[in-house]
Ligand binder design. Structure first.
Ligand SMILES: Cc1cc2nc3c(=O)[nH]c(=O)nc-3n(C[C@H](O)[C@H](O)[C@H](O)COP(=O)(O)OP(=O)(O)OC[C@H]3O[C@@H](n4cnc5c(N)ncnc54)[C@H](O)[C@@H]3O)c2cc1C
Length: 456
Protein backbone atom coordinates (compact mmCIF):
# COMPACT_ATOMS: atom_id res chain seq x y z
CA UNK A 1 0.00 0.00 0.00
CA UNK A 2 1.48 3.34 -1.03
CA UNK A 3 1.20 6.62 0.87
CA UNK A 4 2.27 9.76 -0.96
CA UNK A 5 3.14 12.75 1.19
CA UNK A 6 3.22 16.07 -0.68
CA UNK A 7 5.53 18.52 1.10
CA UNK A 8 8.58 18.11 3.32
CA UNK A 9 7.74 20.90 5.76
CA UNK A 10 6.84 20.43 9.42
CA UNK A 11 3.57 18.63 8.64
CA UNK A 12 4.88 16.38 5.85
CA UNK A 13 7.95 15.30 7.79
CA UNK A 14 5.93 14.59 10.93
CA UNK A 15 3.59 12.40 8.86
CA UNK A 16 6.44 10.59 7.09
CA UNK A 17 8.32 9.85 10.32
CA UNK A 18 5.23 8.31 11.89
CA UNK A 19 4.38 6.34 8.72
CA UNK A 20 7.87 4.81 8.75
CA UNK A 21 6.74 2.72 11.72
CA UNK A 22 4.05 0.98 9.62
CA UNK A 23 4.56 -1.58 6.81
CA UNK A 24 3.77 0.94 4.06
CA UNK A 25 5.52 2.22 0.95
CA UNK A 26 5.94 5.96 1.64
CA UNK A 27 6.96 8.53 -0.98
CA UNK A 28 7.68 12.11 0.12
CA UNK A 29 7.52 14.65 -2.72
CA UNK A 30 8.87 18.19 -2.45
CA UNK A 31 9.73 20.83 -5.03
CA UNK A 32 12.79 21.69 -2.94
CA UNK A 33 15.38 19.17 -1.84
CA UNK A 34 15.57 20.75 1.61
CA UNK A 35 13.35 21.35 4.63
CA UNK A 36 13.12 25.00 5.69
CA UNK A 37 12.86 25.98 9.35
CA UNK A 38 10.58 28.95 8.68
CA UNK A 39 10.55 30.32 12.26
CA UNK A 40 14.19 31.38 11.78
CA UNK A 41 13.88 32.79 8.26
CA UNK A 42 13.80 36.29 9.69
CA UNK A 43 17.30 35.68 11.09
CA UNK A 44 18.57 34.92 7.59
CA UNK A 45 16.78 38.04 6.31
CA UNK A 46 18.45 40.21 8.94
CA UNK A 47 21.94 38.72 8.52
CA UNK A 48 21.87 36.89 11.85
CA UNK A 49 22.16 33.40 10.36
CA UNK A 50 23.21 31.94 7.04
CA UNK A 51 20.70 30.20 4.75
CA UNK A 52 22.26 26.78 5.33
CA UNK A 53 21.82 27.17 9.13
CA UNK A 54 18.02 27.00 8.85
CA UNK A 55 17.63 24.42 6.08
CA UNK A 56 18.43 20.73 5.85
CA UNK A 57 18.36 18.21 2.96
CA UNK A 58 15.15 16.16 3.12
CA UNK A 59 16.98 13.06 1.89
CA UNK A 60 19.38 13.26 4.82
CA UNK A 61 16.50 13.65 7.28
CA UNK A 62 14.72 10.59 5.86
CA UNK A 63 17.69 8.36 5.04
CA UNK A 64 17.36 6.31 8.23
CA UNK A 65 13.86 5.13 7.28
CA UNK A 66 14.05 2.13 4.93
CA UNK A 67 10.40 2.37 3.80
CA UNK A 68 10.53 6.06 2.78
CA UNK A 69 11.64 7.37 -0.59
CA UNK A 70 12.13 11.01 -1.49
CA UNK A 71 11.14 12.46 -4.85
CA UNK A 72 12.40 15.90 -5.80
CA UNK A 73 9.53 17.15 -7.96
CA UNK A 74 6.72 19.64 -8.05
CA UNK A 75 3.20 18.26 -7.74
CA UNK A 76 1.14 19.98 -10.44
CA UNK A 77 -2.31 18.51 -9.79
CA UNK A 78 -4.13 15.69 -8.03
CA UNK A 79 -6.66 13.47 -9.76
CA UNK A 80 -8.60 12.31 -6.71
CA UNK A 81 -10.84 9.97 -8.75
CA UNK A 82 -7.92 8.13 -10.38
CA UNK A 83 -5.78 8.53 -7.24
CA UNK A 84 -2.83 9.95 -9.17
CA UNK A 85 -0.56 12.92 -8.45
CA UNK A 86 0.61 14.62 -11.65
CA UNK A 87 4.22 15.73 -11.30
CA UNK A 88 6.35 18.31 -13.07
CA UNK A 89 7.86 16.72 -16.16
CA UNK A 90 4.62 14.93 -17.01
CA UNK A 91 4.92 11.79 -14.90
CA UNK A 92 2.26 10.50 -12.52
CA UNK A 93 2.46 8.95 -9.07
CA UNK A 94 -0.36 6.68 -7.92
CA UNK A 95 -1.38 6.40 -4.28
CA UNK A 96 -3.64 4.53 -1.92
CA UNK A 97 -3.48 7.34 0.63
CA UNK A 98 -2.47 10.93 0.02
CA UNK A 99 -1.26 13.49 2.58
CA UNK A 100 -1.30 17.05 1.23
CA UNK A 101 1.12 19.15 3.29
CA UNK A 102 2.06 21.82 0.77
CA UNK A 103 1.82 24.76 3.18
CA UNK A 104 0.76 28.28 2.25
CA UNK A 105 2.29 31.34 0.64
CA UNK A 106 2.48 35.07 1.36
CA UNK A 107 -0.82 36.96 1.02
CA UNK A 108 -1.06 40.43 -0.53
CA UNK A 109 -4.75 40.88 0.44
CA UNK A 110 -5.26 42.49 -2.96
CA UNK A 111 -3.23 45.57 -2.01
CA UNK A 112 -1.86 47.11 -5.22
CA UNK A 113 1.92 47.25 -5.57
CA UNK A 114 2.79 44.44 -3.15
CA UNK A 115 4.11 42.11 -5.87
CA UNK A 116 6.06 44.90 -7.59
CA UNK A 117 7.51 46.87 -4.69
CA UNK A 118 7.45 44.78 -1.50
CA UNK A 119 9.60 41.83 -0.45
CA UNK A 120 7.94 38.77 1.01
CA UNK A 121 9.48 36.52 3.64
CA UNK A 122 8.22 33.01 3.13
CA UNK A 123 11.06 31.05 1.56
CA UNK A 124 14.82 30.87 1.89
CA UNK A 125 15.15 32.76 -1.40
CA UNK A 126 12.91 35.50 0.00
CA UNK A 127 15.08 35.75 3.10
CA UNK A 128 18.28 36.11 1.08
CA UNK A 129 16.65 38.77 -1.11
CA UNK A 130 15.52 40.74 1.95
CA UNK A 131 19.03 40.55 3.42
CA UNK A 132 20.58 41.85 0.19
CA UNK A 133 18.13 44.72 -0.13
CA UNK A 134 18.45 45.79 3.50
CA UNK A 135 22.26 45.70 3.40
CA UNK A 136 22.22 47.60 0.09
CA UNK A 137 19.96 50.26 1.62
CA UNK A 138 22.33 50.65 4.57
CA UNK A 139 25.34 50.92 2.26
CA UNK A 140 23.52 53.55 0.19
CA UNK A 141 22.69 55.47 3.36
CA UNK A 142 26.36 55.39 4.35
CA UNK A 143 27.42 56.61 0.89
CA UNK A 144 25.10 59.57 1.19
CA UNK A 145 26.55 60.25 4.59
CA UNK A 146 30.10 60.51 3.26
CA UNK A 147 29.64 64.14 2.25
CA UNK A 148 28.17 65.05 5.59
CA UNK A 149 24.58 64.69 4.45
CA UNK A 150 23.54 61.30 5.77
CA UNK A 151 20.96 59.29 3.87
CA UNK A 152 18.01 57.12 4.81
CA UNK A 153 18.19 53.35 4.84
CA UNK A 154 14.61 53.15 6.03
CA UNK A 155 12.97 49.77 6.28
CA UNK A 156 9.24 49.31 6.64
CA UNK A 157 7.88 46.03 7.95
CA UNK A 158 4.18 45.45 7.22
CA UNK A 159 2.42 43.09 9.63
CA UNK A 160 2.88 43.15 13.40
CA UNK A 161 2.33 39.43 14.02
CA UNK A 162 5.21 37.32 15.38
CA UNK A 163 7.18 37.39 12.09
CA UNK A 164 6.86 41.16 11.71
CA UNK A 165 7.79 41.83 15.34
CA UNK A 166 10.78 39.48 15.13
CA UNK A 167 11.93 40.97 11.84
CA UNK A 168 11.61 44.56 13.03
CA UNK A 169 13.47 43.83 16.29
CA UNK A 170 16.27 42.01 14.47
CA UNK A 171 16.59 44.80 11.89
CA UNK A 172 17.16 47.36 14.62
CA UNK A 173 19.92 45.12 16.02
CA UNK A 174 21.43 44.78 12.54
CA UNK A 175 21.55 48.57 12.20
CA UNK A 176 23.19 48.79 15.62
CA UNK A 177 25.86 46.26 14.58
CA UNK A 178 26.35 48.04 11.25
CA UNK A 179 27.14 51.27 13.06
CA UNK A 180 29.09 49.97 16.07
CA UNK A 181 31.13 47.25 14.38
CA UNK A 182 31.10 47.87 10.65
CA UNK A 183 31.62 51.61 10.91
CA UNK A 184 28.71 52.63 8.70
CA UNK A 185 27.83 56.31 9.02
CA UNK A 186 24.12 56.21 9.57
CA UNK A 187 22.00 58.97 11.00
CA UNK A 188 19.93 57.28 13.74
CA UNK A 189 17.07 59.67 13.00
CA UNK A 190 16.97 58.76 9.33
CA UNK A 191 17.95 55.11 9.26
CA UNK A 192 14.90 53.67 10.92
CA UNK A 193 12.76 50.60 11.13
CA UNK A 194 8.99 51.12 11.08
CA UNK A 195 6.42 48.44 11.86
CA UNK A 196 2.96 49.00 10.36
CA UNK A 197 -0.25 47.10 11.02
CA UNK A 198 -3.97 47.57 10.50
CA UNK A 199 -4.59 46.25 14.03
CA UNK A 200 -4.28 48.58 16.98
CA UNK A 201 -1.68 46.45 18.80
CA UNK A 202 1.34 44.36 17.95
CA UNK A 203 1.05 40.56 18.34
CA UNK A 204 -2.76 40.70 18.15
CA UNK A 205 -2.99 36.90 18.51
CA UNK A 206 -1.41 37.00 21.98
CA UNK A 207 -2.56 38.31 25.35
CA UNK A 208 -2.73 42.16 25.51
CA UNK A 209 -0.02 42.09 28.23
CA UNK A 210 2.30 40.39 25.77
CA UNK A 211 1.45 43.04 23.17
CA UNK A 212 2.27 45.85 25.60
CA UNK A 213 5.59 44.26 26.51
CA UNK A 214 6.49 43.74 22.84
CA UNK A 215 5.55 47.33 21.91
CA UNK A 216 7.69 48.70 24.77
CA UNK A 217 10.62 46.47 23.83
CA UNK A 218 10.38 47.48 20.17
CA UNK A 219 10.25 51.20 20.96
CA UNK A 220 13.24 50.86 23.27
CA UNK A 221 15.06 49.40 20.25
CA UNK A 222 14.10 52.46 18.22
CA UNK A 223 11.44 50.72 16.12
CA UNK A 224 8.63 53.12 15.15
CA UNK A 225 5.13 51.70 15.46
CA UNK A 226 2.37 52.80 13.09
CA UNK A 227 -0.70 50.90 14.28
CA UNK A 228 -4.35 50.96 13.24
CA UNK A 229 -3.13 51.99 9.78
CA UNK A 230 -4.58 50.49 6.62
CA UNK A 231 -2.21 50.36 3.65
CA UNK A 232 -3.93 51.22 0.37
CA UNK A 233 -0.90 50.87 -1.92
CA UNK A 234 2.76 49.94 -1.94
CA UNK A 235 4.79 52.21 -4.20
CA UNK A 236 8.42 52.61 -5.25
CA UNK A 237 8.75 55.20 -2.46
CA UNK A 238 7.19 53.21 0.39
CA UNK A 239 3.52 52.81 1.29
CA UNK A 240 0.43 54.96 1.02
CA UNK A 241 -2.15 54.69 3.79
CA UNK A 242 -5.91 54.74 3.33
CA UNK A 243 -6.08 58.14 5.07
CA UNK A 244 -3.73 59.63 2.47
CA UNK A 245 -0.55 59.65 4.52
CA UNK A 246 2.64 58.30 2.98
CA UNK A 247 5.43 56.42 4.74
CA UNK A 248 8.67 56.56 2.77
CA UNK A 249 11.09 53.63 2.81
CA UNK A 250 13.88 52.15 0.73
CA UNK A 251 12.80 48.60 1.60
CA UNK A 252 9.27 47.34 2.29
CA UNK A 253 9.01 43.85 3.82
CA UNK A 254 5.50 42.40 3.54
CA UNK A 255 4.71 39.84 6.25
CA UNK A 256 1.04 40.71 6.72
CA UNK A 257 -0.29 37.14 6.45
CA UNK A 258 -0.47 33.97 4.40
CA UNK A 259 -2.88 32.34 2.01
CA UNK A 260 -3.41 28.87 0.55
CA UNK A 261 -4.89 30.34 -2.65
CA UNK A 262 -2.65 29.60 -5.60
CA UNK A 263 -1.00 26.57 -3.98
CA UNK A 264 -1.60 22.93 -4.92
CA UNK A 265 -4.03 22.42 -2.02
CA UNK A 266 -6.34 25.09 -3.46
CA UNK A 267 -6.87 22.90 -6.56
CA UNK A 268 -8.36 20.02 -4.53
CA UNK A 269 -12.12 19.43 -4.93
CA UNK A 270 -13.05 20.82 -1.52
CA UNK A 271 -14.59 23.84 0.13
CA UNK A 272 -12.18 26.41 1.48
CA UNK A 273 -12.28 28.58 4.57
CA UNK A 274 -10.47 31.78 5.59
CA UNK A 275 -7.22 32.40 3.71
CA UNK A 276 -8.08 29.68 1.17
CA UNK A 277 -7.47 26.93 3.75
CA UNK A 278 -9.01 23.58 2.76
CA UNK A 279 -11.96 22.55 4.92
CA UNK A 280 -11.37 19.06 6.31
CA UNK A 281 -13.36 16.62 8.40
CA UNK A 282 -12.62 15.94 12.05
CA UNK A 283 -10.00 13.32 11.15
CA UNK A 284 -8.44 15.81 8.67
CA UNK A 285 -9.58 13.89 5.59
CA UNK A 286 -11.40 15.42 2.62
CA UNK A 287 -15.17 15.25 2.50
CA UNK A 288 -16.01 12.54 -0.08
CA UNK A 289 -12.39 11.35 -0.31
CA UNK A 290 -11.44 9.70 2.98
CA UNK A 291 -8.12 8.51 1.49
CA UNK A 292 -6.96 12.14 1.02
CA UNK A 293 -5.78 14.08 4.07
CA UNK A 294 -4.84 17.76 4.23
CA UNK A 295 -2.60 18.96 7.07
CA UNK A 296 -0.54 21.89 8.34
CA UNK A 297 -0.89 25.41 6.96
CA UNK A 298 -2.88 24.16 3.95
CA UNK A 299 -5.76 22.88 6.09
CA UNK A 300 -8.50 24.65 7.98
CA UNK A 301 -7.74 22.64 11.10
CA UNK A 302 -10.29 23.02 13.82
CA UNK A 303 -10.22 21.77 17.39
CA UNK A 304 -13.92 21.01 16.79
CA UNK A 305 -15.16 18.46 14.25
CA UNK A 306 -16.62 20.07 11.10
CA UNK A 307 -19.36 17.42 10.82
CA UNK A 308 -20.65 18.44 14.26
CA UNK A 309 -21.96 21.59 12.60
CA UNK A 310 -21.41 25.29 13.18
CA UNK A 311 -18.54 27.40 11.93
CA UNK A 312 -15.21 25.87 12.90
CA UNK A 313 -12.80 27.90 15.01
CA UNK A 314 -9.60 27.56 13.08
CA UNK A 315 -6.28 26.81 14.70
CA UNK A 316 -3.44 29.20 13.83
CA UNK A 317 -1.03 28.35 11.01
CA UNK A 318 1.93 27.53 13.24
CA UNK A 319 4.52 24.77 13.46
CA UNK A 320 2.86 22.91 16.36
CA UNK A 321 -0.44 22.59 14.48
CA UNK A 322 1.47 21.36 11.42
CA UNK A 323 3.49 18.79 13.38
CA UNK A 324 0.54 17.48 15.36
CA UNK A 325 -1.81 17.31 12.35
CA UNK A 326 0.83 15.51 10.24
CA UNK A 327 1.45 13.02 13.02
CA UNK A 328 -2.29 12.51 13.50
CA UNK A 329 -3.08 11.59 9.89
CA UNK A 330 -0.12 9.19 9.77
CA UNK A 331 -1.58 7.39 12.78
CA UNK A 332 -4.99 7.21 11.10
CA UNK A 333 -3.51 5.81 7.89
CA UNK A 334 -1.52 3.22 9.87
CA UNK A 335 -4.73 2.21 11.69
CA UNK A 336 -6.77 2.02 8.49
CA UNK A 337 -4.12 -0.09 6.75
CA UNK A 338 -4.75 -2.82 9.34
CA UNK A 339 -8.51 -2.21 9.64
CA UNK A 340 -8.32 -0.57 13.04
CA UNK A 341 -10.71 2.26 14.04
CA UNK A 342 -9.65 5.86 13.48
CA UNK A 343 -10.10 8.95 15.64
CA UNK A 344 -10.72 12.68 15.27
CA UNK A 345 -7.89 15.20 15.63
CA UNK A 346 -7.40 16.77 19.04
CA UNK A 347 -4.92 19.64 19.28
CA UNK A 348 -2.71 19.95 22.31
CA UNK A 349 -1.98 23.64 22.78
CA UNK A 350 1.67 24.20 23.72
CA UNK A 351 1.41 28.01 23.80
CA UNK A 352 2.84 30.76 21.61
CA UNK A 353 6.18 32.50 21.45
CA UNK A 354 7.73 35.56 19.85
CA UNK A 355 11.09 37.21 20.24
CA UNK A 356 11.86 40.90 19.89
CA UNK A 357 15.61 40.57 19.99
CA UNK A 358 18.53 39.90 22.25
CA UNK A 359 17.27 39.01 25.74
CA UNK A 360 13.70 39.99 24.93
CA UNK A 361 11.06 37.41 24.08
CA UNK A 362 7.58 36.37 25.13
CA UNK A 363 6.33 32.88 25.87
CA UNK A 364 2.58 32.57 26.47
CA UNK A 365 1.49 29.25 27.95
CA UNK A 366 -1.94 27.60 27.44
CA UNK A 367 -3.18 28.53 30.93
CA UNK A 368 -2.52 32.22 30.21
CA UNK A 369 0.79 32.44 32.09
CA UNK A 370 3.32 34.66 30.32
CA UNK A 371 7.07 34.89 30.73
CA UNK A 372 9.17 37.55 29.07
CA UNK A 373 12.51 39.29 29.14
CA UNK A 374 15.68 37.20 29.44
CA UNK A 375 13.75 34.18 30.79
CA UNK A 376 11.38 34.32 27.83
CA UNK A 377 14.33 34.66 25.47
CA UNK A 378 16.10 31.61 26.94
CA UNK A 379 12.85 29.58 26.69
CA UNK A 380 12.39 30.69 23.07
CA UNK A 381 15.99 29.81 22.31
CA UNK A 382 15.76 26.35 23.88
CA UNK A 383 12.55 25.51 22.02
CA UNK A 384 13.93 26.56 18.65
CA UNK A 385 17.06 24.50 19.22
CA UNK A 386 14.96 21.43 20.00
CA UNK A 387 12.94 21.70 16.77
CA UNK A 388 15.75 22.81 14.45
CA UNK A 389 16.80 19.90 12.24
CA UNK A 390 20.43 18.72 12.24
CA UNK A 391 23.13 18.70 14.90
CA UNK A 392 25.42 21.03 12.92
CA UNK A 393 22.63 23.59 12.52
CA UNK A 394 21.81 23.44 16.23
CA UNK A 395 25.47 23.90 17.19
CA UNK A 396 25.96 26.84 14.81
CA UNK A 397 22.76 28.56 15.91
CA UNK A 398 23.63 28.06 19.59
CA UNK A 399 27.12 29.53 19.18
CA UNK A 400 25.70 32.38 17.13
CA UNK A 401 23.13 33.28 19.79
CA UNK A 402 25.64 32.94 22.64
CA UNK A 403 27.83 35.35 20.70
CA UNK A 404 24.95 37.76 20.36
CA UNK A 405 24.11 37.48 24.04
CA UNK A 406 27.40 39.28 24.70
CA UNK A 407 26.61 41.82 22.00
CA UNK A 408 29.50 40.64 19.85
CA UNK A 409 28.90 41.06 16.15
CA UNK A 410 28.00 37.92 14.25
CA UNK A 411 26.11 36.84 11.18
CA UNK A 412 26.81 36.95 7.46
CA UNK A 413 26.44 40.63 6.56
CA UNK A 414 27.25 39.86 2.92
CA UNK A 415 25.63 41.41 -0.12
CA UNK A 416 25.55 38.66 -2.72
CA UNK A 417 25.12 39.21 -6.45
CA UNK A 418 26.17 41.88 -8.89
CA UNK A 419 25.49 45.43 -7.74
CA UNK A 420 27.29 47.16 -10.63
CA UNK A 421 24.04 48.21 -12.26
CA UNK A 422 22.64 49.84 -9.15
CA UNK A 423 22.71 53.60 -8.58
CA UNK A 424 25.21 54.57 -5.90
CA UNK A 425 23.23 57.31 -4.23
CA UNK A 426 19.78 56.93 -2.78
CA UNK A 427 19.02 60.67 -2.47
CA UNK A 428 16.86 59.56 0.41
CA UNK A 429 18.32 62.21 2.70
CA UNK A 430 15.88 64.53 0.99
CA UNK A 431 12.87 62.70 2.39
CA UNK A 432 11.29 62.99 5.77
CA UNK A 433 11.95 59.66 7.47
CA UNK A 434 8.28 58.91 7.80
CA UNK A 435 5.21 60.99 8.10
CA UNK A 436 5.95 62.14 11.64
CA UNK A 437 2.29 62.42 12.59
CA UNK A 438 1.91 58.71 12.03
CA UNK A 439 4.68 57.66 14.39
CA UNK A 440 3.64 56.89 17.93
CA UNK A 441 6.75 58.10 19.63
CA UNK A 442 8.51 61.41 20.30
CA UNK A 443 10.02 63.29 17.39
CA UNK A 444 13.80 63.11 17.31
CA UNK A 445 14.61 65.20 14.30
CA UNK A 446 13.43 67.97 12.09
CA UNK A 447 11.97 66.39 8.96
CA UNK A 448 13.55 67.50 5.72
CA UNK A 449 11.32 68.62 2.92
CA UNK A 450 11.80 67.65 -0.72
CA UNK A 451 10.94 65.10 -3.36
CA UNK A 452 11.44 61.40 -2.75
CA UNK A 453 12.70 59.68 -5.90
CA UNK A 454 12.85 56.23 -4.31
CA UNK A 455 15.63 53.78 -4.90
CA UNK A 456 13.91 50.43 -5.22
C1 LIG B 1 8.68 33.76 8.16
C2 LIG B 1 7.88 32.76 8.97
C3 LIG B 1 8.08 32.68 10.34
C4 LIG B 1 7.36 31.77 11.10
N1 LIG B 1 7.59 31.71 12.45
C5 LIG B 1 6.94 30.79 13.19
C6 LIG B 1 7.20 30.65 14.58
O1 LIG B 1 8.03 31.38 15.14
N2 LIG B 1 6.54 29.67 15.28
C7 LIG B 1 5.64 28.85 14.66
O2 LIG B 1 5.10 27.97 15.32
N3 LIG B 1 5.36 28.96 13.36
C8 LIG B 1 5.98 29.90 12.61
N4 LIG B 1 5.70 30.02 11.28
C9 LIG B 1 4.67 29.15 10.68
C10 LIG B 1 5.21 27.77 10.44
O3 LIG B 1 6.49 27.84 9.86
C11 LIG B 1 4.23 27.05 9.53
O4 LIG B 1 3.00 26.94 10.23
C12 LIG B 1 4.72 25.66 9.16
O5 LIG B 1 5.92 25.73 8.44
C13 LIG B 1 3.67 24.95 8.32
O6 LIG B 1 4.16 23.69 8.00
P1 LIG B 1 3.63 22.97 6.70
O7 LIG B 1 4.36 21.65 6.67
O8 LIG B 1 2.17 22.96 6.67
O9 LIG B 1 4.11 23.86 5.48
P2 LIG B 1 5.58 24.30 5.04
O10 LIG B 1 6.52 24.26 6.17
O11 LIG B 1 5.40 25.56 4.31
O12 LIG B 1 6.03 23.14 4.03
C14 LIG B 1 5.40 22.98 2.79
C15 LIG B 1 6.35 22.20 1.90
O13 LIG B 1 5.65 21.82 0.73
C16 LIG B 1 6.46 22.03 -0.39
N5 LIG B 1 5.56 22.26 -1.53
C17 LIG B 1 4.66 23.24 -1.70
N6 LIG B 1 3.99 23.09 -2.83
C18 LIG B 1 4.49 21.98 -3.43
C19 LIG B 1 4.19 21.31 -4.65
N7 LIG B 1 3.24 21.74 -5.48
N8 LIG B 1 4.91 20.21 -4.95
C20 LIG B 1 5.87 19.76 -4.12
N9 LIG B 1 6.19 20.36 -2.95
C21 LIG B 1 5.48 21.45 -2.60
C22 LIG B 1 7.29 23.24 -0.03
O14 LIG B 1 8.49 23.27 -0.81
C23 LIG B 1 7.55 23.00 1.45
O15 LIG B 1 8.74 22.26 1.67
C24 LIG B 1 6.41 30.93 10.48
C25 LIG B 1 6.21 31.02 9.11
C26 LIG B 1 6.93 31.93 8.35
C27 LIG B 1 6.71 32.00 6.86
Amino acid sequence: MRVVVLGGGFAGLAAARRLAKAPLDVVVVDQRNFHTFQPLLYQVATAGLDASDVAYPIRTILRRYATIRFLHARAQAVDVDQRIVHLSGGSGLSYDYLVVATGATGASFGVPGVAEHALSLYTLDDARRVRNEVLLALEAADTDGADGDPGGGRVLVVGAGPTGVETAGALSELIDVAVRHDGLHLDPDLTRVTLVDIQSRVLPGLDPRASEYAARALRSRRVDLVLGAQISEVTARGVRLADGRELCAEVVIWVAGVTVDGTLASTLPALTGGGGRVLVRGDLSLDGHPEVYVVGDAAAVSPRRVEDGGPPRLLPQIAQVAIQSGDHVARQISHRAVDEPTAGFVYRDRGMMATIGRRAAIAQFPGGRIIWGTTGWLAWLALHLVYLVGFRNRAIVLVNWAWRYFKWPSGPRLILGDVASRPVTSLSAQDPIVDRDAVQQPDRSTPRAGPAPGRR
